[in-house]
Design a binder for this molecule. Structure first.
Ligand SMILES: [Zn+2]
Ligand SMILES: [Zn+2]
Length: 309
């Protein structure tokens, strides 16, 4: 059997082919220099494909083809990322949110790709109510690094995690991803700017090719994170076992971690402060997923296992 390792990637970023402030080449180099194995350049309604010499390609991560299929006339932004598409996907011009979402997902699938519903809380456009009316997407953004995407919710609006739990509790098999949605590579980096390096996924892929990375993503063989690192992980209907790689400061101080295992309707099943977080799912749980909280303010989300049948 092939030895699999975690491969770090960002699924959502912009370049000067849409509203990003740097060229595709510069953006690819930024991610390579910051330790990413692969990257999706997901410009609005533009399929960015980088061609280069072997010397240039050596300065880029593996590039996974994608596009942020962007509908702007639906009464709220309906942005759906397509991964592994073989051609440009034209965005729906429907004035209805559900119709626009449905058409964007269908067109991505028709173009050979997999669809992710992006940032539901951007301009408070929609929540699980609209998402439950659309079939066929594989992913949703549980974290988006853009400062206007309101991942944590509030004021009566569900967090993106809460939206995810509602989908899962209603029987949807959707994987949660963390992404940068980066636009700003020049000038100052700050919390009110859309900078790279905030959210990513670690994929257990057989090799570093687009096919293997996307196959592992489709299977849910990955976790999403804003900084927490997981070493070994076993995740199936019999056991979930997460080995957290603790972050260590220069003076030897280690970050501390709390892991929550949650099930149907977001119910807390088990909480642990061990860096080896383990739980055995029961049939009553419906699904089980883990969220790891670091004392540094970062988080990681494992993918749900489904135990209801
Ligand atoms: Zn967007
Ligand atoms: Zn975007």
């Amino acid at each position: 059997m092939t030895q699999k390792s975690w491969l770090k990637g960002n699924l959502h970023t912009h370049t000067t082919n849409s509203d990003g402030d740097e060229s595709p080449e510069h953006v690819a180099e930024w991610y390579h220099e910051h330790g990413y194995d692969w990257l999706c350049l997901s410009d609005h309604n533009h399929l960015t494909i980088l061609e280069g010499s072997a010397a240039e390609k050596a300065k880029w991560p593996l590039l996974v083809r994608g596009e942020e299929v962007t509908s702007r006339d639906a009464g709220g932004p309906v942005h759906v990322n397509g991964y592994g598409i073989t051609e440009l996907v034209e965005a729906s011009d429907s004035t209805d949110i559900v119709t626009a979402m449905r058409e964007n997902v269908e067109r991505i699938i028709d173009a050979g790709g997999m669809a992710a519903i992006n940032h539901p809380n951007f301009r408070w456009a929609f929540d699980h109510g609209a998402m439950m009316q659309v079939e066929g997407y594989k992913f949703m953004e549980v974290f988006n690094g853009h400062p206007e995407t309101h991942s944590t919710g509030g004021g009566g609006r569900a967090s993106t995690e809460g939206i995810w739990d509602r989908l899962l509790s209603n029987g949807r098999r959707v994987w949660g991803i963390a992404v940068d949605d980066a636009h700003h590579y020049t000038g100052e980096f700050g919390h009110d700017r859309s900078n790279p390096g905030r959210g990513w996924v670690q994929v257990k892929s057989a090799s570093l090719t687009q096919q293997d990375v996307l196959d592992a993503m489709e299977q849910g063989d990955f976790y999403a994170t804003t900084g927490v690192t997981i070493g070994d992980m076993v995740s199936n209907t019999r056991e979930i076992n997460i080995e957290i790689d603790p972050e260590t400061h220069a003076d030897g101080t280690q970050a501390k971690y709390t892991t929550l295992f949650t099930g149907s309707n977001g119910r807390l099943l088990y909480e642990t402060i061990s860096n080896t977080a383990a739980y055995k799912p029961t049939r009553l749980d419906g699904y089980v997923r883990a969220t790891v909280y670091s004392s540094r303010g970062t988080k990681a989300w494992t993918q749900p296992v489904f135990v209801s049948e």
